[in-house]
Design a protein around this ligand. Structure first.
Ligand code: C2E
Ligand code: CA
Ligand code: CA
Length: 760
């Protein structure tokens, strides 16, 4: 830290001395000419030292270090070019023109090529072809603007002078400068996460100065042929680059932290600035009646056209994205049925229709779905769900809504249906479900339980749904496919599992597994998600799906949530004590909508954080339910938690529990891309995962991809710009002792990297 401060200061002094000495010589030549080049040589050495230090910073991601290694090579090559130019100039009795020799040309050209290569190798977060087109259009706009300036100030005069090599050299320099502008522009305009934004901005300015400075040569040449703008600009450029390298070392984004903030695209104004600059030039040329009026006018028109074209593609892309997100926000991705959100609004509408009309809600739950999923695999399970969805849809009238609430739960809104009509509909559904579904060569018998709540206009949707739920659970206790209407006597009897769960929480039958959240870049453990299990004395280890719904219905979710938080916080404190910096940087804990509605929930979290001496930033609370965002205690709790510094994550993002409006209105920090999107096959359309990372970056949210099962998925996510992921490909949920071992071994969880490291 101190050393690099000294380097920076020395380089700044060099640049200042260069400027002063140059000014003095501009007024009156003093001292030997070689002195004018000394600052350039000295600051080149500082630059290389600074770059090497950044390359060697262990806390930076490998891709970031590779980028700076390439830049170091570019700096060396350009340095050689500049030195050769200096020697040429010093040897010459009366230098004239830009004095660009072949070594300088090759050096600068090669340097620019290396920089372009470095930028090219960085993982870019790129989305649609439209996105890419826009980046190219923007970069093209900047390049064209730079070309107009170079033409106006330098190339034109070389052409007029009629000196052949002069023209040739000037054109070459122009092309190199343009390539540089294009490369930097293209990069800064794309979304990226591996190089610090501020550092990049400094590098862009440095390259811009490098491209523009030589144009001032004719002015200085007129005063003294031995004066070159490079004498001042080069130490200044080196200083900027050094500053960028130092900035990268201390940048929070590049460090191995739990959360890397998404970078905003702050350079989008560049194309407009380019247009404005050329318009300014146009005015000044018109004013002075310059000879190249036509060239400048033509370019200004072309530039405007480019910017308009870019805007048009942006509009088109945005409206497409919005339409897709809108559909996926209201529909279930698997069955294409309306989801919970659309179901709620349809039910509300039916209940709000004027006149006293009956409205029935039928809740359908498959009885052995989990077994199918576990024994025959998710794919077969998915096909079963799609088959059931189709049959249910065929049983209802056009004005009824069949929706999927999630998992194997479906719901039907029967508008204007009295109990008898609802019974008829239920009968049709049970008949339809009696035929087995054929999936992947398997014949799958379906057993379903249907609960019906009979309501009237003016009833509350949530009450109706709860009644249907209670009736459905009562139906589950009957043998085979069955249907029951809600009856108030049902609500008092708690289910057996509920009573057992109460004891389980008290008697320590619950335990937690932890699934690592890893960096896609190198597989190091960034954090861990706590996942609850129940060691049931008779039924063996139960997954949360088997008891969380019961806990939610019975209210036991609140003490269960408290237990999970206390236990996982204690675990994090232990990891901190044992592993120090190598402990997981963040702990993700699932909380239910019900938890969040409890008044005083935020205070409870605060008390636990204090008790275990855990920094609030290290805890991420995962929420799923839309209900969590009903105005009232939930939002108050969320706001308090975030104010404390605790982070909030939207789980299962994209499955319809979360909508665009919710993202907009609800204070959150992170989204977890649902595993259905992580695992979806790549077709010719840009994947939803691309749209989601785009959205996350636009909103400044951290994104974690869930359910990564293959190296291909991991690779694709990385190339889309995802930084963090979770899934069986890296690690399954594991007992804390096992995670401790991995932490102690400081092991990368990247299966392929582990191999390449071993063989390298
Ligand atoms: P979730 O929050 O989406 O958790 C991720 C689930 O995906 C976990 O299932 C995990 O084991 C599984 N998973 C992880 N990687 C992969 C993969 O590569 N492929 C596949 N197919 N699955 C993967 P689990 O542990 O059964 O948890 C299920 C759900 O139960 C969780 O979904 C969460 O919503 C809920 N849950 C778990 N623990 C708690 C808790 O302590 N409190 C509350 N309220 N809910 C919990
Ligand atoms: Ca979760
Ligand atoms: Ca999830």
């Amino acid at each position: 830290m101190h050393k690099s401060d000294r380097l920076l200061r020395a380089s700044a002094v060099c640049a200042l001395v260069a400027a002063l000495w140059f000014t003095v010589n501009l007024i009156h030549p003093v001292g030997p000419r070689v002195l004018l080049w000394v600052p350039t040589a000295v600051s080149a050495a500082f630059l290389v030292a600074g770059f090497v230090r950044t390359v060697r910073t262990p806390s930076l991601l490998p891709a970031t270090r590779r980028f700076w290694r390439h830049l170091t090579a570019a700096a060396v090559v350009i340095g050689i070019g500049v030195s050769s130019q200096a020697f040429d100039v010093l040897a010459e009795e009366a230098p004239h023109g830009p004095q660009t020799g072949p070594v300088m040309l090759v050096g600068a050209g090669l340097g620019v090529l290396i920089i372009m290569y470095a930028l090219f190798r960085l993982p870019l977060g790129r989305q649609s072809p439209g996105e890419l087109l826009r980046v190219v259009l923007d970069a093209g706009t900047l390049m064209l603007a730079a070309a107009v300036f170079l033409w106006h100030f330098s190339t034109r005069s070389a052409l007029h002078n009629g000196d052949d090599t002069g023209i040739f050299l000037s054109l070459l320099v122009t092309i190199i400068a343009l390539l540089a502008v294009f490369a930097v522009a293209k990069f800064v305009l794309s979304s990226h996460s591996h190089v610090d934004n501020e550092a990049l901005r400094l590098l862009a300015v440095a390259m811009f100065v490098g491209a523009v400075a030589p144009m001032f040569r004719p002015w200085f040449e007129a005063v003294d042929p031995h004066l070159f703008p490079d004498m001042v600009s080069t130490p200044f450029i080196y200083y900027l680059a050094l500053l960028a390298a130092a900035r990268q070392r201390t940048a929070p984004g590049g460090k191995r932290r739990g959360v890397v903030p998404a970078q905003q695209r702050s350079f989008s104004v560049l194309p407009y600035a380019a247009v404005a600059a050329v318009d300014g030039l146009l005015l000044s040329v018109t004013w002075s009646d310059g000879a190249d009026e036509m060239v400048v006018v033509g370019s200004a028109v072309l530039l405007t056209a480019l910017v308009v074209l870019r805007q048009l593609t942006a509009f088109r892309d945005n409206s497409r994205l919005l339409a897709r997100l809108d559909h996926s926000a209201t529909h279930d991705g698997l069955t294409q049925l309306p989801n919970r959100v659309l179901f709620h609004s349809r039910l509300e509408k039916a209940l709000a229709t004027p006149g006293d009309r009956p409205v029935a809600v039928a809740l359908i739950d498959l009885d052995d779905f989990k077994e199918v999923n576990d024994t025959l695999g998710h794919e077969v399970g998915d096909q079963l769900l799609v088959g059931v969805a189709k049959r249910l849809e065929a049983c209802v009238r056009a004005e009824d809504t069949v929706a999927r609430l999630g998992g194997d739960e479906f719901v039907v809104v029967l508008d204007d249906a009295d109990p008898a009509a609802a019974d008829l509909a239920a009968e049709r559904m049970m008949n339809a479900l009696r035929q087995p579904v054929y999936a992947d060569g398997h014949e799958l018998p379906i057993r379903a339980s249907i609960g019906i709540a009979d309501g009237r206009s003016g009833d509350k949707p949530s009450v109706l749904l709860r009644h249907a739920d209670i009736a459905m659970y009562a139906a589950k206790n009957l043998h085979g496919t069955a249907c029951l209407h809600f009856d108030p006597s049902m609500s008092v009897s708690g289910s057996d599992l509920g009573t057992e769960l109460r004891d389980a929480i008290a008697n320590d039958q619950l335990f937690l597994l932890y699934q690592p959240i890893v960096s896609l870049d190198d597989g190091h453990i960034m954090g861990a998600e706590a996942l609850v299990r129940w060691a049931h004395p008779v039924r063996g280890t139960l997954a949360p799906d088997a008891f969380i719904p019961v806990a939610e219905r019975t209210g036991l979710i609140v003490p269960l949530g408290h237990w999970v938080m206390r236990t996982s916080f204690a675990q994090l404190a232990e990891w901190n004590a044992v592993h120090g910096d190598a402990a997981p940087q963040v702990l993700n804990v699932n909380i239910s909508a019900r938890d969040l509605r409890e008044p005083g929930f935020a205070e409870h979290v605060a008390a636990l954080l204090t008790e275990f001496a855990i920094a609030p930033e290290r805890v991420v609370l995962e929420i799923t339910e839309t209900m969590a965002l009903e105005p009232g205690p939930s939002v108050v709790n969320l706001l308090r938690l975030r104010k404390m510094g605790v982070r909030v994550s939207l789980d299962d993002f994209g499955t319809g529990h979360s909508t665009l409006t919710l993202l907009h209105d609800c204070p959150i920090d992170e989204i977890k891309l649902d595993r259905s999107f992580t695992q979806s096959q790549v077709d010719d359309r840009p994947p939803v995962s691309a749209a989601v990372i785009h959205l996350a970056q636009a909103l400044g949210l951290h994104a974690v991809a869930e359910g990564v099962e293959t190296a291909d998925q991991a690779e694709q996510l990385l190339s889309l710009g995802y930084i963090a992921a979770q899934g069986y490909h890296f690690a399954r949920p594991m007992p804390p002792a096992r995670l401790s071992e991995l932490l102690a071994a400081k092991q990368s969880l990247m299966p392929s990297t582990a191999e390449t490291v071993a063989t390298a």
